[in-house]
Design a protein around this ligand. Sequence first.
Ligand SMILES: O=C(O)CCC(=O)C(=O)O
Ligand SMILES: [Fe+2]
Length: 345
Amino acid sequence: MGSIEETVDVIPTIDLTPWLNDDDSSAAARIAVVKELHDACVTYGFFQLVGHGIPLQLQKRVLSCAANFFDLPLEEKMNVSIKKCMGRANRGYEVLQGQTLQTGALPDLKEGFFIGAEEPSDSPRAGRFLTGPNQWPESIATADFEDPLQAYRAGMVELAQLVLNLLALALPSPAPSSVFDDFMTQPSGNLRLLHYPPKPSPDPEQLGCGAHTDFGGITFVLQQPETKGLEVFYPPKGTWIPVEAKENAFVANVGDLLHLWTGKYYRSAVHRVTDVGDKHRYSAPFFYNGNMDLRFFPLDGSPSMTVEEHILGKLNASRAEQTLEKAKNIDVHRQHVNLVATAAG
Ligand SMILES: O=C(O)CCC(=O)C(=O)O
Ligand SMILES: [Fe+2]
């Protein structure tokens, strides 16, 4: 018999069916789901979601859209580079090793593609943070890429809103069950396709996706079944918990915004993608950031701010940290160069 320390923690799996069935679900079953969501968000900040109503066929199409897109020649992918998007819309292709999520680690061994709600370029909002026209690859037909991805994204917006309503119900009083209602008007929800190529070396500093927390409200990750690599940090034990890639399940996680808003009641957990092994791995995280203009008031009385201010603040802080780290590395390098120069001279 193992001791508590030896027990392997597992991210809980929560079945939403009682909330999607209008007819035969008992009130008790629905309350049990709310309690499970509460416990998962307080303990891990992560859970697997099943019985969510998003068709398996659509999930499979999203993953094959990812495989088809990342298979395109680099030149075609660069035609829709995120660097060409309108203003700060953050839409399009992100190159392999284009991001370093973990300060001090090597650049992430992944490439990505971001989409969001279509906001035409002549709209006054276009070019604002996370808002604007999408960039679609020319060589893949709309019906084979844009249509399924947008159908999926719309389904994820609805799912996120149902889960947020339940997370509002799960908060201890006096938080009202309407606490997130205004957050859900004109919501920003962005889908990212990701490709992790097989890892070329066993270097522990080479991660697929460096350790980070998500900045926004709530994230739902579609993982390609039978792949590996996603892990969640569990501070009470200082351990990394692997998150199984289950068919027809989404990995949901609380972001920093929800953590702050709930007075740090719901945990925003550090997570990463380590070694994907010798198989390609595709995933599709969906980030629900709600109404970016909304001013929210953290339940513990911390200063209020708008959703956009919060996310931009997080982004800028992480960039500043990365710049500092790079500067330190350059100093180390300079010192080394000087020593070599001295020894040689
Ligand atoms: O690919 C994954 O499973 C996770 C990706 C992730 O954490 C992110 O994009 O924020
Ligand atoms: Fe993440």
